[in-house]
Design a protein around this ligand. Structure first.
Ligand code: BEZ
Ligand code: FE
Length: 298
């Protein structure tokens, strides 16, 4: 049997892909093998350390269930999720520019995170999804256009956030059901408006192996306050993104590296009185405005 010295082991493993029929799979696996072997060589990994890593990955898998995805959290906190999002959006932007581009740049994407729940209720524009939830009221409004500034009517904004204390419905216990999430559709002028709360910063779930990893790295688990949305309409490329609260802590050190400057939005503070949609507010409230821009599908 052929024996491989450490020096040529990497090439020996790569050679075993000679009969792989799927060129993309072969490319990805070959790169994975090369980089993983280079990593082991660079840090001179010990057997005990490799067993610790395997124990960590095993624990990560055991922490996953239908409500919790610790592997995605690991990818998020290592910046891999955001790198994948950013690289793919860059690729799409280059293709868009090669076709002549638009007058303005499309809304930037960021990580989806683990708290998206398909099938949120479809509500009328102007509805309040934050009523009776902890947090200060906030009025969200703006338009959805294409990159030429043409309004996109009947565009869906599927929105979700934690409450004013940073807790998502999925973390509120079995019976909480859907809270602070809904689907809205823009009007004929591409406008949207709804009420919710001003979201607070919060820690990503840190009571599992990823939390232990963060502590050992000397890192905090917090994300700055944000509201998530998927924005999509027929004939346009969808975008999964957030709006970040401009005066939130942790904008400079998001635990999952999701902040993009173009998504940071001031939340204006208002005294009690008549809100822009005519609603009478007897307590102070905030307002945030943001215009989304989608790329027309080729
Ligand atoms: C979130 O923003 O909901 C989130 C994103 C990544 C990891 C954990 C939470
Ligand atoms: Fe979030």
């Amino acid at each position: 049997m052929a024996q491989h010295e450490a020096a040529d082991l990497t090439q020996a493993v790569l050679d075993r892909l000679a009969d792989c029929q799927d060129p993309r799979f072969k490319q990805v696996m070959s790169a994975l093998i090369r980089h993983a072997h280079a990593f082991v060589r660079e840090v001179e990994l010990t057997e005990a350390e490799w067993m610790t890593a395997i124990g960590f990955l095993t624990e990560t898998g055991k922490t996953c269930d239908d409500k919790r995805q610790e592997f995605i959290l690991l990818s998020d906190t290592l910046g891999i999720s955001m790198l994948v999002v950013a690289l793919n959006q860059l690729k799409a932007a280059r293709a868009f520019q090669a076709q002549g581009g638009g007058a303005s740049t499309p809304t930037e994407a960021t990580v989806q995170g683990p708290f998206y729940w398909e099938g949120a209720p479809e509500l009328e524009l102007g509805s309040d999804i934050g009523q009776s939830m902890p947090g200060e009221p906030a009025y969200y409004h703006g338009r959805v256009t294409d990159t030429e500034g043409q309004p996109i009517a009947n565009c869906c904004l599927d929105v979700w956030s934690g409450d004013g204390e940073g807790v998502y419905d999925m973390q509120m216990g079995e019976d909480a059901g859907m809270r602070l999430r809904a689907r809205f559709h823009t009007d004929a002028q591409g406008r949207y408006r709804f009420w919710s709360i001003k979201p607070s910063y919060y820690p990503v779930p840190d009571d599992g192996p990823v939390g232990a990893m963060l502590r050992r790295m000397g890192r905090h688990p917090n994300r700055p306050g944000h509201i998530h949305m998927k924005v999509y309409a027929p004939g346009h490329q969808p975008v999964t993104t957030h709006l970040f609260v401009a005066d939130s802590p942790y904008l400079d050190s998001d635990a999952v590296f999701g902040v993009r400057n173009s998504l940071i939005v001031p939340f204006a503070a208002h005294p009690p009185g008549e809100a822009p949609d005519g609603r009478h507010m007897n307590i102070p409230y905030h307002s945030a405005t943001y215009d989304f821009r989608l790329v027309r599908a080729a």
